[in-house]
Design a binder for this molecule. Sequence first.
Ligand SMILES: [Zn+2]
Length: 486
Amino acid sequence: MSQTIYNVLVREKEVFKPITDGHVMMYVCGPTVYDNSHLGHAKTYVSFDVVVRWLRYSGYKVRYVQNITDVGHLLDDGEDRILKGARREKVEPMEIVERYMRSYFEDMDAIGVARPDISPRASAHIPEQIEMIQELIAKGHAYEVDGTVYYSVESFKEYGKLSGRRVEEMEAGKRIAVRDEKHHPMDFVLWIKAPSNHVLQWPSPWGRGYPGWHIECSAMSNKYLGATFDIHGGGVDNIFPHNECEIAQSEGAHDQIFANNWMLTGTLLVDGVKMSKSLGNFVTIKDALKQYRPEALRLFILSGLYRSPADYSAAVLDAATKGAERINTAARRARNALKTAKPGDASNNERLITLLDQYQMRFTSAMNDDFNAPLALSALFDMSKDLNTAIDEGTASQSVLERATSIYTELGGQVLGVIQPESRTAAGSGSAERESALIQMLIDMRLEARKAKDFTRADSIRNQLSKIGVILEDGPNGAVYRISSL
Ligand SMILES: [Zn+2]
């Protein structure tokens, strides 16, 4: 079965064909590290995390590059975001960068987003950016005015092809302050002349200055993925001007297509409105994790298509929390039942294994169809219902439970990251694994107490677990637990 991708460049689903068979070269625009990451970041990076995980699971070798913007990303009023952060916290700009880059990776680790293969920083690739700007000047796509270099949008006929905007229309409806020295109001900066007291500045052929925001993505993707690569991703909010400028720079410099496939994630809303600091509905990942478990956040994000908007609200997150509990409980139940399972009846086994195969196929065809995670998730939920019934009826044999457990581990865990890994008695690496191992240890101690007819002790363990939100449910195959939201 082949993979399809909705390619924003052509506005339709296409069969995915990588440049090199079996290899995927992928770039996703990364964060500007001047403040804590918010739920919009979570939506974008969890979505691409699942794209990468699925491609790898499908057998592709993926090189995933995601940049770190630590210079040149200006606010509307022209101030550099990093410098703004440095002023706010009264520290050096590079301290801001380190602080929030660490914070970003902490957040991504916490919500189970695997790290990119390369996380290049803009400030560490100044020579590459200068070189590309020189190429653009040589090819007539850029011009210098008094130490600042602009890209000439009129020199690139296809400017606007990704967002569907036309230069002529943009000129008519311009909101952007016009600087007289530009040839065209939409021309954008590649290199900015630095005032002498500007903290982030480098020498260049045009004097001391710093790069504009867009050029880093063109220069760094070229360095690590080549002039043309397979997938370019990002949040749809950056389609214009950022992504459009990347295309103009890269295709202007190299005369070949930049990225064959463009995948853009939908906007994150909070209670139906776009999240913004001024509206006071700004939710950081750290704050969300104080209320909800990582699996619930991932389940919320994956319950909608990556390219659709998602609406964060208490009701939706409560539902996602329950969903995450349900699927994790089912997976744990299957694992526990496996410990005492019997070979079972052959014809019954065949019927149940065929059923599990069908769920796996449903999952696979959903993910192959432009990474349709919500549909893939529904296959796992439906499978859990059938499996719970089989376990209740005592018809889930060893081979059935083995197969179910591997589906949960691979598809729910490895691919979607919504099922916690099996608790290990040996200390796990992550805190979730350790927590799960500790809970299992207490369940075993309670079982021992019950066997020794020490019911006071057994009940005490149960009650104390319940106080910290761990609810035990006794079933035919021993106790399973679920985490309730406190
Ligand atoms: Zn970018």
